[in-house]
Design a protein around this ligand. Structure first.
Ligand code: ADP
Ligand code: MG
Length: 257
């Protein structure tokens, strides 16, 4: 279970997230949608504490932290919560000087201090899961964007996080390559991986998300099951946003930003 309670994030005077309260059960897939600048990335970054919330509570499984304005949180506590999460970025962020296998092993060996052999075995299992066992020794620069993102997904899953956070995982990919990433994420969803993902990709959201959260100007406008929010959103703002996305997809632009 991931629980966000009254979460707030400010950058100086600019309130970027306002009183966000959401709960996401184990095994659920939640899509965050909304206009650019609406706070999707910041919300993901507040869940893994790449950004420290100004106020509110973040709970992931048994780990919980409360935040108060002006109060610093210790590094060890941040690390404990962060280790419950794995993150996938729009632009992959693989280590260029490590092979695919090396990328997936890296955190297990350097952060979790696993013996190399055990890390290698785990990494190979994960590369196999994302369909890239045959690319274990390839350098990132020789892989397609879709393959790089699948390696990044394997890397994020390596330490068995409780939740996989994905920030626009298909936005940097053309439709064909984004399809192979969507397939991998769909399979993880079927297997019960808890996921929270920011996306403009309606195909991704409607195929794998159970719940969709529409975030605008730092606030939750609407949260509903994916099937319902796309066909009959309750709020006018949500309806307009979804209509604009559908329109762009028809024009052949996947709306990446
Ligand atoms: P989205 O991912 O939905 O496009 P973001 O979370 O990236 O939205 O941004 C939300 C708002 O927070 C934007 O107004 C953005 O300019 C602001 N913001 C994000 N990161 C920072 C930062 N490090 N410093 C100041 N403002 C930021
Ligand atoms: Mg973003």
């Amino acid at each position: 279970m991931i629980e966000l309670m009254h979460l707030e994030k400010r950058f100086d005077d600019h309130v970027v997230l306002k009183d966000i309260t959401l709960s996401m059960p184990e095994g659920s897939v939640t899509a965050l949608i909304g206009p650019s600048g609406g706070g999707k990335s910041t919300l993901l970054r507040c869940i893994n504490l790449l950004e420290i919330p100004t106020a509110g509570r973040v709970r992931i499984g048994e780990e919980m932290l409360d935040f108060h304005p002006g109060q610093r949180v210790g590094w060890a506590l941040i690390q404990r919560l962060r280790r419950q999460t794995g993150m996938v970025f729009q632009n992959f962020q693989l280590f260029p000087h490590r092979t695919a296998l090396g990328n997936v092993m890296e955190g297990l060996v350097t952060v979790l201090k696993w013996p190399k052999e055990r890390a290698r075995e785990r990494a190979m299992e994960l590369l196999d899961k994302v369909g890239l066992a045959h690319k274990a020794d390839a350098w990132p620069a020789t892989l397609s964007g879709g393959q790089q993102q699948r390696v990044a997904i394997a890397r994020a899953l390596a330490p068995s996080p409780r939740v996989l956070l994905c920030d626009e995982p298909t936005s940097a990919l053309d439709p064909e390559l984004s399809g192979e990433v969507v397939d991998v994420l769909a399979r993880l969803a079927r297997e019960g991986t808890t996921m929270v993902m920011a996306t403009h990709d309606l195909r991704l959201a409607s195929r794998i998300a159970g719940e969709v959260v529409f975030l605008d100007a730092g606030a939750v406008v609407e949260k509903a099951p994916a099937a319902r929010i796309f066909s009959s959103p309750e709020r006018e703002r949500t309806r307009r946003f979804i209509a604009s996305l559908t329109h762009r997809e028809v024009e052949g632009d996947n709306g990446a930003s």
